[in-house]
Ligand binder design. Structure first.
Ligand SMILES: [Zn+2]
Length: 151
């Protein structure tokens, strides 16, 4: 299914309203890295209306200190779903977006438009599997990346 707009993307410029500031981390005060936004009205048919309507956006603090430590990710359990260093929201854009300037963030991901959908099987990683009670043999952990490589 092809998307009709460029509102679905990874990285790049998020939709921000006029006079809206780029979201900042509540802890280190650095700009959050924009990860993605999806137009919920243009999801694949099987997901239509499952999450509401509008634009879903996700930002995350990737700040690293001079030693290369991901400070907020470590101190505020950034790997947990919905940790305080995630910023998720659904917006209903009714005006033009501002032509926002992307803040300087080290190793920021290059922008990519989401232009198509493909259904894939996904499995929890080591830590997630353990948390939800899935027990895998030692060698099974290493089969997953081979069977389902991340592209
Ligand atoms: Zn931070």
């Amino acid at each position: 299914m092809r998307l009709k707009s460029d509102l679905a993307k990874f990285a790049g410029k998020p939709w921000l309203g006029k006079n809206e500031e780029w979201p900042k981390c509540p802890y280190c005060q650095n700009p959050l890295e924009f990860f993605f936004q999806l137009n919920l009205n243009q999801l694949p048919e099987s997901l239509q209306n499952k999450f509401g309507s509008g634009i879903l956006q996700m930002f995350y603090c990737t700040y690293t200190n001079v030693y290369g430590d991901e400070v907020c990710e470590i101190d505020y359990e950034g790997c947990e779903a919905f940790s305080d260093i995630h910023f998720l929201r659904i917006i209903q854009p009714e005006t033009e977006a501002q032509d926002v300037e992307i803040p300087e963030i080290e190793d920021i991901s290059p922008p990519k438009l989401i232009v198509d959908w493909e259904q894939l099987e996904d499995y929890p990683d080591f830590e997630e599997a353990k948390k939800i009670g899935i027990k895998l043999a030692f060698d099974e952990y290493y089969l997953y990346p081979d069977k389902y490589p991340i592209q």
